[in-house]
Design a protein around this ligand. Structure first.
Ligand code: ZN
Length: 142
């Protein structure tokens, strides 16, 4: 069973973010990278904010990440998530990809079991319309 119900509306896909979501459908997490200056950009943008290049490439993310920040949601912002309360929304960082962060969820924790700096592993869950979504599992302490 996915972390959030599949009735949650899927991502709004446009010309700029379409490659990101296409890669997700193939269960590949990638981030936009400027082909001019190598700046990593997420969410995707039509122009590099650093050098204004419109040339871009896509860089694979590692399967391991860290909790940069998080919140536990106790009040539903959409009817489709009422049954999932409380759920977490996590800002994930990738030490190997400086500056890029991803909003996601950690699927195997309850309130009180998540902390900044926790080590995470990427996993995939199928959402609305068959769109695969990157989510994370907290690694056991070593
Ligand atoms: Zn650039």
């Amino acid at each position: 069973m996915p972390y959030l119900p599949t009735s949650v509306p899927g991502p709004k896909i446009d010309d700029v973010n379409a490659p990101f979501w296409e890669h997700c459908r193939a269960q590949r997490l990638t981030f936009q990278q400027c082909a001019g200056c190598s700046h990593l950009i997420h969410p995707p943008l039509p122009v590099c904010p650093r050098c204004q290049s419109v040339e871009r490439q896509w860089r694979e993310a590692p399967y391991t990440a860290l909790v940069f920040s998080f919140v536990w949601v106790h009040t539903a912002a959409h009817d489709s998530v009422v049954a999932a309360l409380p759920y977490n929304v996590v800002l994930v960082e990738f030490p190997a990809l400086a500056g890029v962060r991803l909003v996601s969820n950690v699927v195997n924790v309850s309130p009180g079991q998540l902390a900044i700096g926790d080590r995470l592993t990427l996993l995939w869950e199928e959402g609305d319309g068959g769109q695969w979504l990157p989510r994370f599992r907290k690694e056991a302490p070593t």
